[in-house]
Design a binder for this molecule. Structure first.
Ligand code: NAG
Ligand code: NAG
Ligand code: NAG
Length: 372
């Protein structure tokens, strides 16, 4: 579920409880036709102009899903996103800026690393480090970004985009995801990703797309922990300055952890009305990864446009200052080896990986606590 401003949440929750009340006497003619976004399945080669034809309290879908070479430019309102590989993925970000995810979650558009999807392109130089991971049940991409290049205020700690939301219309409304990750990269065989989540903000992002054929896609791509950020929803060892693609084990489901006595527990995220989340009862486990291949960003993102007129100002001071209060044991500096071939296991012991993940993305999680 996306993070709403409290007032928005209440309004939408009230509206949707009306719409989805078991008692159909409260259902209006318009709302009775609403099908939850996550229940809509479309063939990639035969997409509707808009996946969401509804008009609810949050208005109409702002962009479109039928994206092609005609729509591909830096003002594209394409809302069909792709996640194929480290070289080829899209993130959700605002159509105009500078603004925040909270203000624009309903209308985010796809920003992609590769031409050919009818979308905007993430400008050259915005991505500072990216880790792509394929596991038995999902693909995930985590990274560091100068978010001012994609219309986000430098100090926005952001929130979660997913195909749910209190009114079941998704954030963005009508936003769809497709992938060739489960068809061997065959661009004639895109699968619709039914369950996904994308946290944007704090100069970082994480995007997880769950295998639509997996038995636990809704669990791995859980959408109810919108206040605890990438560190808890997508535990990872991504490093700023490194571009790598790996294989990995599955994470625990977000919110599920094993306590010190060995008992499996479920975390309950408190409502925003109770204030900031200042403590967590657990540290998420970062799963083992292997066969990492490192890349040179200028080589894999060679087609990205250089944007003039963007003056990336003041990198998020919040992240740095919050991060510096943590234990900074891991290596977080640039470690791009500059080759695009070769493989090897992840450097560092499991302990190092856990610590480095803490230092790299705990700041995001904490920032989300503080600003929620
Ligand atoms: C390209 O996409 C636009 C916007 O969705 C649509 O109006 C147009 O018909 C599409 N063109 C083709 C050739 O499919
Ligand atoms: C982008 O493409 C749309 C659809 O073809 C077009 O209306 C718009 O003028 C284009 N914008 C730019 C900046 O090229
Ligand atoms: C990542 O590294 C770049 C330098 O390449 C730096 O400007 C940026 O602030 C770093 N991002 C984070 C979140 O630490």
């Amino acid at each position: 579920m996306p993070r709403f401003a409290l007032s928005t949440f209440v309004a939408v929750a009230i509206a949707s409880s009306k719409v989805y009340a078991q008692d159909s006497s409260t259902t209006t003619a318009t709302s009775s036709s609403i099908v939850p976004l996550a229940s809509k399945h479309f063939d990639y080669n035969n997409l509707p102009y808009q996946a969401d034809p509804d008009t609810g309290v949050r208005g109409t879908q702002s962009g479109f899903n039928r994206c092609n070479s005609t729509t591909e430019n830096q003002s594209s309102l394409c809302q069909t996103a792709i996640i194929n590989s480290i070289e080829d993925f899209c993130l959700w970000a605002p159509p105009t800026g500078l603004t925040t995810i909270g203000e624009t979650e309903h209308e985010e558009v796809a920003w992609c690393t590769k031409p050919g999807h009818g979308s905007r392109l993430i400008p050259a130089g915005a991505l500072k480090g990216v880790q792509f991971m394929k596991t038995p049940d999902y693909v995930q991409v985590v990274g560091f970004i100068d978010q001012t290049f994609i219309n986000l205020k430098p100090d926005d700690y952001g929130g979660e985009l997913d195909p749910h939301g209190a009114d079941f219309r998704g954030n963005p409304l009508g936003g769809l995801f497709y992938s060739t990750a489960w068809s061997g990269g065959n661009s004639n065989d895109y699968k619709q990703v039914i369950e996904w989540h994308n946290f944007m903000g704090g100069s970082a992002f994480c995007l997880k797309a769950c295998d639509p054929a997996g038995a636990h896609a809704p669990d791995f791509c859980q959408h109810i922990y919108d206040r605890i950020g990438c560190a808890y929803n997508a535990p990872n060892n991504a490093k700023n300055g490194t571009f790598e693609s790996c294989q990995g084990e599955n994470q625990d489901y977000p919110g599920i952890y094993t306590d010190s006595s060995g008992k499996v527990q479920t975390y309950t995220q408190p409502p925003e009305s109770l204030g900031v989340i200042s403590t967590m009862p657990y540290q998420p486990k970062v799963p083992a990864s292997s066969n990492c291949v490192t890349y040179t960003s200028s080589a894999i993102y060679a087609a990205l446009p250089t944007v003039s007129g963007v003056t990336p100002s003041g990198h998020s001071s919040g992240v740095s200052s919050i991060r510096s209060t943590g234990t900074r044991t891991g290596t977080t500096g640039p470690s791009n080896t500059g080759t695009s071939s070769g493989s090897g296991s992840n450097s560092g012991s499991p302990t190092t990986l856990a610590i480095s993940s803490l230092t790299s993305l705990l700041g995001v999680a904490l920032a989300v606590f503080f600003l929620s």
